[in-house]
Design a protein around this ligand. Structure first.
Ligand code: P6P
Length: 339
């Protein structure tokens, strides 16, 4: 039986899709692949940290124990800086963007936006978490330090995006604009193997994911859509099932495979929603669209929003295209009603 391709082999094989690619994007994706392995190892040990660590915050090596999201941030930034493809990084963990301002990195072609460890509060209760990344070509002049405008690009300009879900198994799923492919990590060998080639999201599913604890704060259209999901209708498989892990990457990944919709709408406690446009919503939107799904702010395409701030938040509806369009119809129909 032929072994499935490793992620490294797949990246090289598909480099040929980019006639002008000089291998830099491949190198960049490999940097992310390596960092993912390191973070995965630490996450898998997290539960032992208290047992293994010395008294206080030191671990067995006597090193100051970092919070895992800070650790993941350091690892991904260090891995991206170690090679010469990236001139700067925007991260959920960093107030401002990081410029790798030196003669080599200033000639680099790409910038990366990343949420190093989304849902990290779930680690203490052993719920899966994830990393989300987004890759753009810089728009400022090569040879100069990266600028904020290199990061504030619409999602439609993304060159590649992806996520790593550290779950019952660890998977890396990414797109370069030619479909979506998923790779599962074999810890025994230390390689990611192509396990989900040409991933597509079902046009419709039976799952809706939203924190209904915030129901009273939701816009009227969201309230009406939730009740629509809960109504009995055998023709459309309703009522749907409510599944909400509290970890965006995990909820999104499950809905990608089974079909479903994830919604984080605006509300009085989150006037623009909670999720970040640049390093959470846009990268997953690129994946969703490439897999035949849809990503919206309830009214329009997420990837057409022109960003104004590195950490700006947007309302978020993502998943099976027919379900997102259903939700958009409710948002439009009840747009004027203040909930
Ligand atoms: P809430 C995690 O903090 C996160 O950013 C997403 O991963 C998750 O879907 C959402 O927030 C959970 O937020 O307000 O429902 O607890």
């Amino acid at each position: 039986m032929k072994l499935p391709l490793t992620l490294g082999e797949f990246i090289i094989e598909n480099q040929r899709d980019f006639p002008y690619a000089s291998g830099e994007l491949s190198q960049l994706l490999s940097s992310l692949r390596i960092a993912a392995k390191v973070v995965n190892r630490e996450i898998n040990k997290a539960g032992l940290a208290d047992i293994r660590g010395a008294a206080g915050n030191d671990n067995v090596q006597g090193e100051a124990q970092q919070k895992l999201d800070v650790f993941a941030n350091d690892i991904f930034i260090r891995s991206l800086r170690a090679r010469g493809e990236v001139c700067g990084v925007g991260s959920e963990e960093e107030e401002d963007f990081i410029s790798f301002n030196d003669p080599i990195h200033n000639t680099s072609k790409y910038v990366v936006l990343i949420d190093p460890l989304d849902g990290s509060s779930n680690i203490d209760v052993n719920v899966s978490v994830g990393t989300i990344f987004s890759i753009y070509r810089r728009v400022s002049d090569p040879g100069t330090p990266v600028q904020m405008r290199d990061f504030l690009q619409s999602g439609s300009e993304q060159v590649a995006s992806g996520y790593i879900v550290y779950g019952s198994s660890t998977m890396l799923v990414y797109t370069t604009g030619r479909g979506v492919n998923g790779f599962t990590f074999d810890p025994g060998i230390g390689s990611f193997y192509l396990s989900h080639p040409n991933l597509t999201i079902p046009r419709r599913g039976k799952i809706y994911s939203i924190n209904e604890g915030n129901y009273v704060h939701f816009p009227e259209g969201v309230k009406k859509y939730i009740k629509f999901c809960q109504e009995f209708n055998p023709e459309s498989d309703r009522p749907y099932s409510s599944r909400y892990i509290g970890s965006l990457v995990s909820d999104f990944h499950r809905n990608m495979l089974k079909g479903g919709i994830y919604i984080y709408p605006k509300g009085t406690t989150a006037p623009n929603g909670k999720l970040r446009l640049l390093y959470e919503c846009n990268p997953l939107a690129f994946i969703a669209e490439q897999a035949g799904g849809k990503a919206s702010d309830g009214y329009g395409r997420i990837m057409e929003i022109v960003p104004t701030d590195l950490h700006q938040r947007v309302p978020y509806f993502i998943g099976s295209i027919e379900m997102v369009e259903e939700a958009e119809r409710f948002m439009k129909q009840y747009a004027d009603l203040v909930s």
